[in-house]
Design a protein around this ligand. Sequence first.
Ligand SMILES: Nc1ncnc2c1ncn2[C@@H]1O[C@H](COP(=O)(O)OP(=O)(O)O)[C@@H](O)[C@H]1O
Ligand SMILES: O=C(O)C1=C[C@@H](OP(=O)(O)O)[C@@H](O)[C@H](O)C1
Ligand SMILES: [Mg+2]
Length: 226
Amino acid sequence: MTVPPESVTPEFGPSGSEPNSGAARPAPNFSMGLIERPVSWVALAGFMGTGKSRVGWELSRALALHFVDTDKLITRVVGKSIPEVFEQEGEAYFRACEQEVVRRVSRLDHAVVSLGGGTFIHEENRRALLERGPVVVLWATPETVYQRTKHSDRPLLATADPLSRIRTLMTEREPSYRQGTIHVHSDGRPSEEIVEEVIERLWDWADVNAAWGEDSDPSEGERAAD
Ligand SMILES: Nc1ncnc2c1ncn2[C@@H]1O[C@H](COP(=O)(O)OP(=O)(O)O)[C@@H](O)[C@H]1O
Ligand SMILES: O=C(O)C1=C[C@@H](OP(=O)(O)O)[C@@H](O)[C@H](O)C1
Ligand SMILES: [Mg+2]
């Protein structure tokens, strides 16, 4: 499976109204052809509706990195929407696709990777991602998730009582999400503010990594020539 060029485009928003086009965008640190960024690879995990796709896209713009949304990549490769994949191929097939995509995105560089809500639950995925680099987990209350997803077509929430489903699934998955590297709350906050916090926390993470002498990525926490 190759990574198609479409995978670097956002999955939301009409053209001309990209979420990060406003003045509040964190200033990218460009100077004399050098880009200052805390990391050159980062993944976003968390429950459905916490903002992984949106924040990931905005973060990729702020850090001048490619953007990959694993759900988008699966729909491109399989040629079906996520609800169609679930309905026609089954959830197990979708999870197998996710595993393959995780293997591939773990080998990428210069990328922000937004995962699907279930991707980080699978232990093998979690291990591969955490070995590759920092995984930022976005959090939101069940009520926020419900408000943000109620008009969407997420197959796991297509039930008579989606809020109860959200609560149950979130409780089940919480121990896995807790294993992320950095945790950021998204309730009641504009995405620009979340992106700013994520970048600050990534700098802190990169500083600590550098202090411990880890050098899995030579551009982390340094000025990287691009
Ligand atoms: N911080 C936020 N504030 C308000 N709405 C948001 C925020 N983050 C995301 N959204 C909106 O919530 C919905 C779900 O966001 P999305 O990025 O698709 O979440 P995920 O990828 O985690 O499922 C989208 O309509 C998105 O625009
Ligand atoms: O939580 C999950 O298991 C899922 C989350 C979805 O992604 P988002 O978290 O981006 O909505 C998508 O991968 C699929 O519907 C399954
Ligand atoms: Mg998403």
